[in-house]
Design a protein around this ligand. Structure first.
Ligand SMILES: [Zn+2]
Length: 307
């Protein structure tokens, strides 16, 4: 009686047991060779993560020289043109690393290195692993150790349009002489050319603003319009013009306007002074640099879109 009851229990358990649709993997391993290194990897998991691997493993094998490929160390699938360092990073991303657990990949406290993320980005682009590409781009975008030149290089190489405008604005904010030879080698030539163009535009504009003062605007009730106009020109030459030409400090248009608004100009009457400052503000001349940069960014976005 007891035996019959136990048998019934086992039968009942078997009838309700089923294989997971998503995670019941076949036990086929493939041997892959990258450079001189061999990897033995679960085919089902690679197929699940990468369309390229899925296609590779689904190629017909029967009656071809490929029928034993990937089945042993002696006959691995050879992945040409990749480095085992990059491939290690891809596998660490896909399956976790023995050095740091997978939680580290998601932890902001233990951010993966820039070189690891670039390898993941490179490999995920090759093997068509979208979540890996998105992960690497998101991590690199705000990575404190990713230098600007490399960021622009990656932006171009992987066509990451959202990075372009912010990175180009930062580039333009830097003096030309701070770019190293290594930086120049990395920044895409079109970006570098556009950077030099806009720097030239800005420099020319600043020099012309420094050499010719904006016109004084006299109030109708001013008792000494010529005196006000003369001292406005002198004040411009001694103030904003010096700031625009300063060899060491880069004053922005906003810095110059703020200085002008707070400056004490005792020989210009208050009415003429206010009108003249407003005229500078309204002309937009001090903010043209931003316009130069934004116009060039539109050009660059179009260029990147055409790549
Ligand atoms: Zn006046």
């Amino acid at each position: 009686m007891e035996v019959a009851r136990r048998l019934a229990g086992i039968c009942s358990t078997l009838s309700t047991t089923k294989r997971s649709v998503s995670h019941y993997y076949e036990d086929i391993f493939v041997v892959i060779k990258v450079e001189s290194q061999l990897y033995r990897l679960p085919a089902a998991l690679l197929r699940k993560r990468s369309r390229v691997f899925a296609d590779l493993f689904s190629l017909p094998r029967e009656n071809s020289v490929r029928h034993i490929e990937g089945l042993s160390d002696e006959h691995p699938i050879v992945l040409e043109g990749h480095s085992c360092c990059d491939f290690d990073c891809l596998l660490d991303f896909l399956f976790g690393s023995i050095h740091d657990d997978t939680d580290a990949l998601n932890s902001s406290a233990e951010r993966p290195s820039v070189s690891f993320l670039i390898s993941v980005l490179k490999m995920c682009a090759v093997f068509d692993i979208h979540d890996g590409t998105s992960y690497a781009i998101a991590q690199l975008e705000t990575h404190p150790l990713l230098d600007l030149a490399t960021k622009l290089q990656i932006c171009h190489h992987y066509n990451i349009a959202p990075w372009l405008a912010p990175a180009f604005r930062v580039l333009v904010s830097r003096p030309i002489q701070t770019l190293t030879e290594t930086d120049i080698a990395k920044v895409p030539s079109k970006v570098l050319y556009t950077f030099l163009q806009v720097k030239h535009e800005i420099a020319t504009h600043r020099l012309s603003l420094a050499s010719v003062s904006p016109p004084a605007v006299n109030d109708l009730s001013c008792k000494a319009p010529l005196t006000c106009a003369h001292h406005w020109e002198v004040a411009w030459r001694d103030g904003p013009a010096e700031m625009l030409r300063h060899p060491d400090i880069y004053y922005t248009g906003r810095d110059i306007l703020a200085q002008l608004e707070s400056a004490d100009l005792p020989q210009v009457c208050n009415l003429c002074r206010d009108l003249s400052v407003d005229n500078v503000k309204d002309s937009g001349a001090l903010f043209l640099e931003d316009r130069f940069v934004e116009d060039r960014i539109i050009e660059l976005i179009n260029w990147l879109g055409d790549q």
